[in-house]
Design a protein around this ligand. Structure first.
Ligand SMILES: Cc1cc2nc3c(=O)[nH]c(=O)nc-3n(C[C@H](O)[C@H](O)[C@H](O)COP(=O)(O)OP(=O)(O)OC[C@H]3O[C@@H](n4cnc5c(N)ncnc54)[C@H](O)[C@@H]3O)c2cc1C
Length: 371
């Protein structure tokens, strides 16, 4: 509880005042890195030896939730760096790779990105075609990566490329610093939501990196990516819960104040029932997400199934709750700069990023007995 309160206090004090300007400018407010680091919010999955606090998945869910109450577009930037990209180095990186990056990431001095998706391969991670070729001096990587969050901010990118056999068997992760020869970035993509995050295409045109940039084991990158998805999905589920909780708070205040036909909206049973179902949806998503995080932390054999269930439920529930919030705000909910409209735009990606709804259902359906 204390941890949640400190995250909420941080969000209210440090994040909320920056939201409107960041949204309008379409850029992440870089001054936040130092305060996020000072509050210890960048190092939860980083070892203490590298300035982190070795927190658990539940803590990551809570950080995601609390930051996203203010703005999911701002929240996704540190979440990608610390909880979607850096864990690859923390879990599988060599001692030298960890020394190069982890203290700087937890200290807010370096930003990380994870570059897996390609123009021709998103859900089908095993279908990626970026190619890594071994030379006497190291590796040469060629290919294109699409929709990469933090691409324009990152000091280091964890890049998935094909180094061996077909599909799952031949993918390796590489540590690619932003100044690697041959690496370039597209312009920031103009997006429906997450406007204050940086998303770009990444071009790898004969990118040269030394031998010791392989993260983890050669040709085992697919499995490392799947492992990384676990914490990523918990963070994304947490984001949906935070956005939905924020919109529900806004709705509760609004329906008490807003009058129609001579009485507050709370006088209408249909409105009260709608709010009740929003609360039920939110509680269910939160409980399933916390259960999944606890299972991850405990190494429970069903953790991946729980995580897929949580990611699916939280993303769908958040979209439903926020859609209801827009409805209950009436015309005001449709005006761009109102918080519910912004959350509505920001929530949609939760059903796509980190594995779509359909991918989560596929994981769940495969886990059925006899399937
Ligand atoms: C704002 C944003 C930020 C992102 N950030 C990153 C990032 O930092 N790093 C990164 O690597 N990627 C990132 N992504 C990419 C994201 O993870 C992919 O967009 C997502 O995984 C879906 O892949 P796709 O876009 O290629 O869609 P596709 O895989 O082409 O899917 C299209 C549709 O087909 C459905 N489909 C595909 N396969 C199946 C199946 N087997 N069964 C049923 N339905 C299926 C999908 O569910 C979807 O509805 C980001 C995307 C966005 C939009």
């Amino acid at each position: 509880m204390l941890f949640r309160e400190s995250c909420r206090d941080f969000t209210d004090r440090e994040v909320r005042p920056l939201v409107d300007t960041a949204e309008e400018a379409g850029t992440f407010p870089v001054q936040l890195w130092a305060s996020l680091a000072k509050a210890g919010l960048l190092g939860l999955s980083i070892p203490e030896s590298h300035g982190g606090s070795e927190g658990d998945a539940l803590a990551v869910a809570i950080v995601a939730e609390e930051l996203s109450r203010a703005s999911a577009g701002i929240a996704i930037t540190p979440l990608v760096s610390s909880y979607m990209a850096a864990p690859h180095l923390a879990r599988n990186g060599s001692p030298e790779q960890r020394d190069r990056w982890l203290s700087r990431i937890s200290g807010g001095e370096a930003v990380a990105a994870i570059a897996v998706t390609e123009p021709g391969a998103g859900s089908d991670v095993a279908g990626l075609t970026s190619k890594a070729r071994r030379t006497d001096d190291g590796w040469v990587i060629d290919g294109r990566k699409m929709f990469i969050t933090n691409a324009g901010l990152a000091d280091v990118l964890i890049v998935g490329a094909r180094s061996g056999g077909p599909r799952h068997s031949g993918i390796t992760l590489f540590e690619v610093p932003k100044d690697a020869p041959g690496l370039s970035f597209g312009s920031p993509l103009t997006k429906m939501g997450w406007r204050s995050s940086d998303t770009r295409e990444v071009v790898l045109d004969g990118v040269v990196v030394p031998h010791d940039t392989v993260v983890g084991a050669e040709n085992l990158g697919f499995h490392q990516i799947m492992e990384g998805f676990q914490l990523e999905r918990i963070a994304l589920a947490g984001m949906g819960i935070g956005q939905a909780a924020e919109c529900l708070d806004l709705v509760r205040a609004h329906v008490r104040e807003r009058e129609a036909f001579g009485a507050p909206l709370t006088g209408l049973q249909t409105v009260r029932h709608r709010v009740a179902t929003m609360e039920i949806d939110l509680d269910a998503a939160r409980l399933v997400t916390y259960q999944a995080a606890a299972r991850m932390d405990a190494g429970h054999p069903e953790a991946p199934v729980s995580v897929a269930r949580a990611k699916y439920l939280a993303a769908v529930a958040a979209n439903r709750i926020i859609d209801d919030a827009v409805q209950l705000f009436g015309g005001a909910g449709f005006v761009e700069e109102t918080p519910v409209a912004r959350h509505y735009r920001d929530a949609r990606i939760l059903r796509i990023g980190g594995g779509t709804d359909e991918v989560q259902l596929e994981i769940l359906s495969k886990s059925m007995k006899g399937a």
